[in-house]
Design a protein around this ligand. Structure first.
Ligand code: SF4
Length: 65
């Protein structure tokens, strides 16, 4: 699997859970209802990409190397 990292902008995240619906092996809610990133992720990179693109707030950034 390619190396990647994911950033969550907690100021933008509204806890919609869309990212978790797309990629539950990568994202979860913390106690504040904000998205957090599981490590290691069990999702394929394409799945993660869909989750990042599906965030209604643009709160996720995928950095691929
Ligand atoms: S989809 Fe976006 S707004 Fe919704 S929980 Fe995930 S990061 Fe937060």
């Amino acid at each position: 699997m390619a190396d990647f990292s994911i950033e969550v902008d907690r100021e933008l995240c509204i806890g919609s859970g869309v990212c978790i619906a797309y990629a539950g092996g990568t994202f979860d809610h913390d106690l504040e209802g904000k998205a957090i990133v599981r490590s290691p992720s069990s999702d394929a990179l394409d799945t993660i990409r869909s989750a990042v693109e599906g965030c209604p707030m643009g709160a996720l950034r995928l950095n691929e190397s």
